[in-house]
Every structure is written in C-alpha cells, then in structure tokens.
Design a protein around this ligand. Structure first.
Ligand SMILES: *Cc1c(COP(=O)(O)O)cnc(C)c1O
Length: 240
C-alpha cells in the first residue's frame, strides 16, 4: 500500500518540518484553549482552520501526520493540485475555501470544498445554488462581510449583508452556517469582530470565521468558532 504521508527516509528537511509543524500546532491549540477558557467557552467550540495556501508540501503533510484535518486554501486551482492524494488517504480531511471565488470556478469549488467561506454577492450565491443542484453536493457556506468597507476587499458591505443572508438561506436554500471577515490590516480588529458577531446573532447564524495568526485570541474573545491560522503554524509564506 502506498502512503502519501510517508516521508522518504533520506529527506532530512521533511523530518524537521514534521517536528516544527507539530510543535506549532500544539502551541496554537494551547493558545486557543486558553483564550476560549478566558472567554468562558469550551475549546471544542473553536475549529482551527490551518491555512495551507502557498506552503510547501512537506509542511502540509507534516500537519496531516500530526493529526490535523481541517485546512483552508484561497485558490481553487492550487487546492485541486495539492489535496486529492492526501484526501484519498485521509477522507476525514475537510477543506475550506477562504479566498475570492469567480463564478467560472464555482462548479469545481462546489465539487471539491466542504466549506465555502467567501460567498459575497447574489450572482455567486445563485451560481453555487445551481451548481450544487447539478452536483448533488451542497458545501456549507459562510458569507464574507467587508466590515471595514474597503473598496479593494472582497465581501458584502454590512448594509447589504442581511439581504444576502436572506437570499442565500431563504430563497436559494444554501447550507448557510455563518459569517466570515478579514478586518483592515491597519486597524484594531475588535470593532470588526464585534460587528460580525452582532450580524450573526441578529440573523440566527452560528458560525463566526474570524481571527488569523496575529489576532485569533482576540477573535475567540468575540465569539469566533473558526480561526484561520497560516503563518503561525507553517511559517512565513514565500509567495511565488
Ligand atoms: C492567508 C489567509 C489567512 C491566514 O493568514 P495568517 O496571517 O498567515 O494566519 C487567513 N484568512 C484568509 C482569508 C487568508 O487569505
């Protein structure tokens, strides 16, 4: 039997990647547990989405070997190259799409991802609904909210979020679970986390995907149920 997780014995970088990634994952889990406990929440309320975009394959395999199973990718194409082998071996792996989704990639995304976190406009929501029907497969969805109303950033603006929630849930029958945000890099994230929490609460949505390497503990204080952590687990990304 072939095992894609099996490292070659003559690959020392892979051995040190194993130790490093396992240690980082352990530390992040400890920090999540402490932040949850400080907020009076059970640690199991918070899912760690390990953001593997652009990371080398040996580090991603190391996370799998350490027992991690939930990963985030921001590009459909990159994810579809990286994951099929690992997922064949470990069917319990769950993949979240956390990056912007073009309508011409929806068919592939619906067939491939377990969670689409970046639903942010009616046209995209409609396409996800129709392709889900064709595929007979319905990914869980989150609506991305552009809480900072930044013109260059994806996400629905807060003022239009309720209409999009209603469209997704009531008209299109998407499996809508919650909301996601990426606060502006140059501002304190707290008001943005608070706004997302309030929007979710007002609309009866449970999941809150917020918090990254630099601010996931604060996000947990504000009720995050999914934190998306990349560099703090895998190390710095070397963008191509
Ligand atoms: C890259 C990325 C992350 C992870 O960022 P880190 O700072 O590396 O933890 C989280 N969310 C989204 C949407 C991303 O694109």
């Amino acid at each position: 039997m072939t095992d894609p997780l099996n490292q070659s014995p003559d690959n020392p970088t892979s051995i040190s990647a194993d130790a490093e990634v396992a240690e980082s994952l352990g530390l992040i889990h400890d920090r999540i547990a402490a932040a949850a406990s400080a907020a009076g929440r059970p640690a199991e309320d918070v899912t760690l989405v390990a953001v593997s975009k652009v990371q080398p394959a040996d580090r991603v395999r190391a996370a799998c070997r350490a027992g991690h199973r939930v990963f985030g990718e921001n590009r459909v194409q990159e994810a579809m190259q990286r994951w099929p082998d690992l997922r064949a071996e470990l069917p319990e792996i769950r993949l979240h799409l956390i990056g912007p989704l073009q309508t011409n990639k929806v068919r592939e995304a619906v067939g491939f991802f377990d969670v689409v976190e970046s639903v942010d406009r009616p046209k995209l929501a409609r396409k996800i609904a129709s392709e889900s029907e064709v595929a007979g497969r319905r990914p869980a969805c989150l609506i991305q909210v552009n809480t900072g109303e930044e013109p260059q950033k994806a996400g629905v603006v807060p003022g239009e979020a309720e209409a999009l929630i209603a469209l997704c849930r009531d008209d299109l029958g998407l499996d809508l679970r919650g909301l996601m945000c990426i606060p502006p890099f140059d501002e304190s994230p707290a008001p943005h986390f608070a706004l997302l929490r309030e929007l979710a609460r007002d609309n009866g949505l449970r999941e809150l995907s917020m918090g990254m390497s630099g601010d996931f503990e604060e996000a947990i204080r504000f009720g995050a149920t999914m934190v998306r952590v990349g560099t703090a687990i895998f190390g710095a990304r070397h963008n191509p």
